[in-house]
Write a protein that binds this ligand. Structure first.
Ligand SMILES: O=C(CO)[C@H](O)[C@H](O)COP(=O)(O)O
Length: 225
């Protein structure tokens, strides 16, 4: 948990031109991204493949000051803790669904000097992830089925965010999937403070203005409470 809640915008580079990963990442940082959200998929947990620690390491070597979160959409999250820590990852967010030793995985992530994020898919009840709040640094509530960018935001997932915010006023709560200028107020008012936005930011004519709009909406909602 953080001492005071902060609005943080972490663009997802999933739908960017991945042949220019460094250029795209640098552009997002120059345009005000607070952190970068890197979607790692293994073709098992989700029906898609992206990239792994070798690419993350190369990217980190060129943008050492950037805070990197990896969203591990993988069946064996424990397997990639050491290589991702070695690659320079700051926050290791993984799905709780495929494993039973969530506490142990969180502990190992922290021992490797990273923050631990616990994520749930839309079909997973919030109570399943609430169990791990004391051993994690952040909860990610997915607002699309993980695997692909550019999907429609699932508004019904906001009840999970509202519940968590009510119980845990200072918990870092992240939302991911279909979040952009048209859905940000819904996320912000529900209580999310960490915002992942892919296509809405990557495809924006003015990335800096879009990132600012998202951050301002979240900060406004935080200040109202
Ligand atoms: O985790 C993801 C997909 O599994 C992506 O981070 C997410 O979908 C972001 O893209 P968009 O904002 O276009 O939905």
């Amino acid at each position: 948990m953080s001492r005071s809640l902060k609005a943080l915008i972490g663009p997802s580079i999933l739908n960017s031109d991945l042949s220019k990963l460094l250029e795209e990442s640098q552009k997002l940082l120059d345009n005000g991204a607070d952190y970068l959200h890197l979607d790692v998929m293994d073709g098992h947990f989700v029906p898609n493949l992206t990239f792994g620690h070798p690419i993350v390491k190369c990217l980190h070597n060129h943008i050492k000051d950037a805070f990197l979160e990896t969203h591990m959409m993988v069946s064996k999250p424990e397997q990639w803790i050491t290589p991702m820590a070695d690659a320079g990852v700051n926050q290791y967010t993984f799905h709780i669904e495929p494993i039973t030793n969530v506490e142990e995985v969180c502990r190992k992530i922290r021992e490797h000097g990273m923050k631990a994020g616990v994520a749930i898919k839309p079909g997973t009840p919030v109570a399943e992830v609430e169990k791990y709040i004391s051993v994690a640094d952040m909860v990610l509530i997915m607002t699309v089925e993980p695997g692909f960018g550019g999907q429609k935001f699932m508004e019904e997932q906001m009840s999970k965010v509202q519940y968590l915010r009510k119980q845990y006023p200072l918990l870092n709560i992240e939302v991911d999937g279909g979040v952009g200028p048209s859905t940000i107020d819904c996320c912000a008012n529900a209580g999310a403070n960490m915002i992942v936005s892919g296509t809405a930011v990557i495809g924006a004519e003015d990335q800096a203005a879009t990132i600012n709009l998202l951050r301002n909406a979240v900060q406004r909602a935080i200040d109202k409470k």
